[in-house]
Design a protein around this ligand. Structure first.
Ligand code: FES
Ligand SMILES: [Fe+2]
Length: 382
């Protein structure tokens, strides 16, 4: 009989420090898979737009007059100027290039250009903006730059269903109807994979998360709820809600099943989303990896619109996971420099409660390339 070793290897350090490997990840991961880009409610009225980086591409997302969203590569088809240079804004009916004023409608079709009448042979249909696949889920716009996107249902809602044991479990939180009570943007000086790995394990919980383990006592034992299907961590008996001091939260979202009450569920949707479900709110992290050693994380705390409209104080509710975030990201930043050390040339190890991170490592290797290493980098490491 073979037994699983207690310690299994991590990825080697260079995969967290190499700009070349990061470029390969951008192509094979962020520019190929479904990427959670913006909260749909940020684009309230027709003509409202947001721009966002996905991998190395700048994407323009706009609310159409028919109420739907459209996404395009934010690149003018004339000479390549960035069409919308702001992060957010609003246009009337057309997107007009700031360089020579080619104009596109909200479907991306080229509708006007100076002296167009003198260019009768210009096939306007051939010069529309390049569309990007878009799906809405949980109230977010998920985009995919691939020519043939992977099946959305399987890769995105399917990841939550696999973790929770049933597809309906996450739907009961009605995240698409919730409102953003708070958004905090964290600029983390660490490789995105360190942030994923940290989110997946709870071996560190007793060391760095005193407030979280007070509300979720099983986390003090260091076992990650994410490793067992359907399991949610139970609140401490004395905790009245998921708040920084265990005080009352805001009740329970109306459609939750009884077994979802007083429990915390964490879900990773690869490559860049973490979802945290508690009875009265949903916390969504979206990672925007900007360099091999830098990741911007946008975290939204979503509450029922009635809670937000009541003007009630959200601070103790927000503070719990904000502290967790600060503690986690400090740990990731503490780890990043070690990735470049000769001590970590062959990587580190995963203890049994972290073994499921090995599946993430296997997934990275598979997506980016079997050898998962830039040529020559081993010998380049000091
Ligand atoms: S580059 Fe956009 S109109 Fe010329
Ligand atoms: Fe943590």
């Amino acid at each position: 009989m073979t037994t699983t070793p207690r310690l299994i290897p991590t990825l080697p350090g260079r995969l967290y420090t190499s700009p070349e490997f990061f470029a390969r990840e951008q192509e094979a991961i962020f520019e190929s898979l479904w990427f959670c880009a913006v909260r749909c409610s940020e684009l309230a009225s027709p003509g409202a737009f947001r721009t966002v980086m996905i991998g190395r591409e700048n994407i323009l997302i706009v609310r159409h007059g028919d109420g739907g969203l459209r996404a395009f590569l934010n690149v003018c088809r004339h000479r390549g100027a960035r069409l919308c240079t702001e992060e957010a804004g609003e246009v009337r009916r057309t997107l007009r290039c700031p360089y020579h004023a080619w104009s596109y409608d909200l479907d991306g079709a080229l509708v006007a250009a100076p002296h167009l009448a003198r260019m009768p042979d210009l096939d306007r249909a051939g010069y529309g903006l390049r569309p990007v696949a878009l799906r809405e889920w949980l109230g977010y716009a998920w985009l995919c730059l691939a020519d043939e996107p992977p099946p959305f249902e399987e890769s995105v809602p399917g990841a939550a269903a696999e973790r929770l044991g049933e597809a309906a479990a996450i739907d009961r939180y009605r995240a698409e109807d919730l409102a953003v009570g708070r958004r905090i943007r964290y600029d983390v000086r660490a490789n995105w994979k360190l942030i994923v790995e940290n989110f997946m394990e709870c071996y560190h919980c007793p060391t760095i998360h005193p407030e979280l383990t007070a509300v979720l006592p099983e986390f003090a034992r260091g076992y990650a709820a994410q490793s067992s299907v359907g399991h949610g961590a139970a609140f401490a008996e004395g905790a009245r809600g998921f708040t920084v001091d265990g005080g009352a939260g805001f009740g329970r979202l109306p459609e939750l099943a009884a077994e979802q009450d007083r429990r915390y569920y964490a879900i990773t949707v690869r490559p860049q989303v973490f979802i945290n479900l508690v009875p009265d709110h949903v916390i969504v992290h979206r990672m925007f990896p900007t360099a091999h050693d830098r990741t911007v994380v946008e975290c939204d705390w979503l509450y029922s619109p009635e809670v937000i409209e009541s003007g009630v104080d959200l601070s103790r509710s927000v503070e719990l996971f904000h502290r967790v975030n600060v503690q986690d990201f400090a740990a990731c930043e503490m780890t990043q420099p070690g990735m470049g050390s000769r001590a970590y040339r062959a990587g580190g190890v995963l203890v049994p409660s972290e073994h499921h991170i090995g599946a993430f490592h296997g997934w990275v290797r598979e997506r980016v390339g079997a050898e998962a290493a830039p040529p020559g980098s081993e010998s380049d490491t000091p």
